[in-house]
Write a protein that binds this ligand. Structure first.
Ligand SMILES: NC(=O)c1ccc[n+]([C@@H]2O[C@H](COP(=O)([O-])OP(=O)(O)OC[C@H]3O[C@@H](n4cnc5c(N)ncnc54)[C@H](O)[C@@H]3O)[C@@H](O)[C@H]2O)c1
Length: 354
């Protein structure tokens, strides 16, 4: 079926987990544990090839991707036995915009290399899509990468963070005109806070349980959490809407993020729900999840990438609604997860256009 050539903005923990995770499956071709779809329309995870990468950290820029992914403050789970060989992809200096707030700049030095021309690099690299993994709330930088991919290089765009790009009617229109698929916004991790909270809400709805109010508290020791602690407005929004949009009545929901250094990339999510069952008798639910945060993200990106490639093969541009609803926290259209999963399968079989 050929390779899937992708470029990545942001060589952080999520990129480390994605690149080393793909290598894990290359080294263990018989192992399909941890994959939602071992095969997607003929494409395997190992068909994904990184052809360009952008960052702003002085210790990452100018290095081969295989080396840059291990540079501090990256601290994603290390898959046992995985050996990275040089990829030949040198990390380019991306334009900084709002990607370098002071509380993140404590962890690294900003590269003083000149900014590359992102659209030019994308075109020359042969990338078929750009994956956007820069820090939450870097809205200007996110829009710049989206402009370079969707408008200038005319390639697909996968938005892994919560700036509303795919939900923006202007980008939707241009992506459709240019025949390039877009998937976003913000990733709904493989088995993370959002999908579990949604599953709990769905089950309560199905069984007539009334949800009065609920919270979700998340903590980890990676830079994503340092960032969310200081500027997490758009993440609170995508997380809360992912749950409240499923409820047939208004529900009060709070979300919290805390940075706990020694947790590194291991995330804890605590869920609390206050509700009532038959006769309005009180009910309280408390649940806890511990998971490797960036691996949880990468497990979804490998599907998004293959779905975008299938769309490119079929010359389908614009919002890939089935992929957005199944795999993102804030899709243009929220539908229950079982319906979204069925829509993705129908898209892969060619029975659904998007
Ligand atoms: N499970 C998860 O980890 C998860 C789930 C959903 C969404 N996300 C989102 O994915 C994004 C990436 O998460 P992460 O954990 O890899 O973060 P990270 O902080 O580890 O990595 C971000 C990288 O982006 C780089 N960067 C900053 N500004 C840039 C710019 N202008 N151009 C190029 N690079 C720039 C940083 O130097 C860093 O290397 C975040 O927005 C996060 O909220 C993560």
């Amino acid at each position: 079926m050929g390779k899937i050539k992708v470029a990545i903005a942001g060589v952080g923990n999520c990129t480390q987990a994605l690149v080393t995770g793909i290598q894990y499956y290359r080294e263990h071709p018989e192992d399909t544990r941890g994959l939602m779809h071992p095969d997607m329309g003929g494409y395997k995870v190992t068909d994904i090839e990184i052809v360009a990468a952008f960052d702003i950290n002085a210790d990452k820029v100018g290095k081969d991707l295989a080396e840059a992914i291990y540079v501090f403050p990256n601290r994603a789970y290390k898959y046992p036995g995985v050996e990275m060989k040089p990829t030949g992809v040198i990390v380019q200096k991306g334009p900084v915009f709002d990607g370098n707030p002071p509380f993140l700049n404590e962890y690294y030095t900003l590269s003083d290399a000149p900014d590359c021309d992102v659209a030019k690099v994308l075109k020359e690299s042969g990338a078929e899509m750009l994956l956007n993994f820069i820090p939450t709330e870097s809205h200007q930088a996110a829009r710049h990468y989206a402009d370079c991919a969707i408008k200038e290089a005319k390639i697909g765009f996968v938005n892994g963070m919560p700036t509303l790009i795919v939900c923006d009617p202007e980008y939707q229109k241009i992506a459709e005109e240019n025949g390039v698929p877009i998937i976003g916004d913000d990733v709904k991790s493989q088995f993370g806070g959002t999908i579990i909270h949604r599953a709990l809400a769905n089950t309560m709805n199905e069984r007539g349980i009334h949800m009065e109010n609920t919270y979700q508290l998340n903590f980890a020791g990676n830079t994503d959490f340092k960032n969310l602690l200081n500027r997490g407005a758009s993440k609170h929004k995508t997380k809360q809407e992912a749950v409240t949009s499923l409820m047939p009545y208004p529900v009060e929901m709070s979300t919290g993020f805390t940075y706990v250094e020694l947790m590194k990339d291991r995330k804890t999510s605590i869920f609390y729900i206050n509700g009532s069952n038959f006769g309005n008798a009180p009910l309280h639910l408390e649940a806890k999840l511990e998971v490797e945060d960036s691996a949880n993200f990468a497990g979804v990106i490998v599907d998004m990438t293959r779905l975008a490639k299938i769309a490119l093969d079929r010359k389908t541009g614009g919002v890939l609604s089935s992929a957005c609803s199944f795999l993102t926290k804030h899709p243009p259209v929220q539908i229950p997860d079982d319906q979204a999963a069925a829509a993705v399968d129908a898209f892969v079989r060619g029975e659904l256009e998007r």
